[in-house]
Structure formats: structure tokens, C-alpha cells
Design a protein around this ligand. Structure first.
Ligand code: SAM
Length: 280
């Protein structure tokens, strides 16, 4: 019997589709990340069904069990706490197993946070690079930004509210002052799209924020600058200023100001970026 990948709301419960409700009613069992969370959703829509937990800690073993259910002729729906299964959420393992076993697999499409964020950001949607969550550790995050910064597409990342300040500062340093949008609490009460340039957003979210966040960033280009800073990195900007005749201290001071950082912070980042490059 088939495996259904059912998208559920990312905030507003009315975003559930009629087909998602029909599927959740009709299947033999629902595999969900958090049974209490999904139970609330089902109760809201008056649906009763069998639930089993399927989360990142039991994904591998539970996938094998779910495959047995499918092979025994039972239909299974996979849902997560919010959005589309498999998008930075459990789902991939069971789909891989089921696909290899020749099981029919049907997505039941619906909300995906990064798609809503990018279409509402005002940044181009002709090509989109979705990078999932930015790494939580600074060194890895900066490396990821360096790797993805020149992908010719609008860049989209998931981020947590307590890391957004550090991530935006890293984006300024590595990507330059591109246009960007911090999409917060999409479809919820405190929904907000903070759009501007990275330097501006880094200052605005300098002490963090609350809620769920998608960060959307303009692609690399020579023309996307109003401030004159463009996509130049902090290190490159300092070198540029030095070649224009600034002494190293003044170059650091001026670049720090342009990047919306204190001088010690700019110095720290410069040393870090040099030592990371040296270590490669
Ligand atoms: N499966 C989900 C999807 O389809 O988008 C993503 C799940 S991932 C574990 C959770 C992350 O998605 C959050 O930390 C946040 O970055 C983003 N997200 C989910 N809901 C959101 C919302 N309503 N507004 C902004 N970002 C959201």
C-alpha cells in the first residue's frame, strides 16, 4: 500500500489542504514527529487515527518497521510538526527504503517555510538555493557561507532566533552588503518580513529576536550595491583600502564602520578569517 508524505501547516491551521485531511483520515496509520503535537492537529479537524512516533532519534529503526507495515498492505502517512516531511525534518529514510522496495510514494503538497519566505522576500525567484540550517558553530557557518556565497541563485537558510545575530554578522563579513530578508513567524500572529541590506539587518537583529526564522539573501552580483560596498568581504575591503593609501589601522577602522562592526570585532574577524585560510 502507498506511503503518503503529507505537508501540514507552518503556523496557520487553515493552510492544511483538503487532500491532506482526506489522507490523514483514510490511511491505516500516521507516522509523526511528536504524537502530542499531531494529536492536537487531528483533534482540531475531528480526525481519529493510529499514530506512531517517527523522529530524528528513531528514524532508522522506525523506517524499517514502517516498511514492514507497507509491505503488509497497510497505507502510511508521514507528517512532521510543521511543513513538508523531509525538508529539514524526518522523512528521507523511509522514502529511500520505500523507493528501493518498490512501494508507491505520493507527496500531498502544502506549506514549506523557505518557499513562502522567498516568494514574499521581494528577491528574485528564478533560481533558488536552499541551504537548510546554517551550521551552529561559527567556523563551519563561515565556511558554508564561503562555499555557497557565489551560487548563482537567491540563497535561503533556516536559522534560529538566538543565532540570527551572529549569522547576519558572518553574512556581512563573507557575503558583503547584499539585500536580504529576515522572514519571521510566517503565517502566524507576529508574522514579519524585515527586508533591507545585510549591514542594516545585522544591526537591527544585533541582540537576537524571537520566533521561527528564514533568512533570504540576494545572489552575488557586481551591481547589487547602493552603499558602494557590494559583495566585498571585510578582508578584501581592508586590502582595497590599503591599496588606496589607507594605513592598516585606518583601513580597519573605516572598514569596520562600513560593515557596522566595532573595531575590535572587525579585527577579531580579520584574524579569524586569516587563520582559517592559513589552516586550509
Ligand atoms: N519541514 C519544515 C518546512 O517544510 O519548512 C521545516 C522544519 S525545520 C525543523 C524548522 C525551521 O523551519 C525553523 O527553525 C525555521 O527556520 C523554519 N520555519 C518553520 N516554520 C516557520 C515559520 N512559520 N516562519 C518562519 N520560519 C519557519
Amino acid at each position: 500500500m502507498p506511503l503518503y508524505l503529507v505537508a501540514t501547516p507552518i503556523g496557520n491551521l487553515n493552510d492544511i489542504s483538503a487532500r491532506a485531511l482526506d489522507t490523514l483520515r483514510a490511511v491505516d496509520l500516521i507516522a509523526c514527529e511528536d504524537t502530542r503535537h499531531t494529536l492536537k492537529l487531528l483533534n482540531h479537524f475531528g480526525i481519529k487515527n493510529r499514530l506512531v512516533s517517527y523522529h530524528e532519534h528513531n528514524e532508522t529503526e522506525r523506517s524499517t518497521e514502517l516498511l514492514e507495515e507497507l509491505k503488509d498492505g497497510r497505507s502510511v502517512a508521514v507528517v512532521t510538526d510543521a511543513g513538508t516531511p523531509g525538508i529539514n525534518d524526518p522523512g528521507f529514510r523511509i522514502v529511500e527504503l520505500a523507493r528501493n522496495a518498490g512501494v508507491d510514494i505520493y507527496p500531498v503538497p502544502g506549506p514549506v517555510a523557505f518557499v513562502s519566505a522567498v516568494v514574499a522576500s521581494g528577491l528574485p525567484t528564478d533560481a533558488i538555493f536552499f541551504g537548510g540550517f546554517l551550521p551552529s558553530r561559527g567556523t563551519e557557518r563561515r565556511k558554508r557561507l564561503e562555499e555557497t556565497g557565489s551560487v548563482p541563485a537567491t540563497l535561503v537558510f533556516y536559522e534560529s532566533p538566538h543565532r540570527i545575530a551572529k549569522s547576519l554578522a558572518d553574512c556581512v563579513e563573507i557575503l558583503g552588503d547584499r539585500r536580504a530578508c529576515v522572514a519571521r513567524e510566517i503565517t502566524k500572529l507576529h508574522e514579519e518580513y524585515a527586508c533591507g541590506r545585510l549591514v542594516e539587518l545585522a544591526a537591527r537583529f544585533g541582540s537576537g529576536t524571537k520566533g521561527e526564522i528564514v533568512l533570504v539573501i540576494e545572489r552575488e552580483s557586481d551591481e547589487n550595491t547602493v552603499s558602494g560596498l557590494g559583495n566585498v568581504s571585510l578582508e578584501a575591503r581592508i586590502r582595497q583600502l590599503e591599496s588606496e593609501g589607507f594605513d592598516p589601522r585606518s583601513a580597519l577602522k573605516k572598514a569596520a564602520k562600513e560593515f557596522g562592526m566595532s573595531k575590535p570585532e572587525a579585527y577579531r574577524r580579520l584574524l579569524q578569517s586569516k587563520s582559517e585560510k592559513g589552516g586550509k
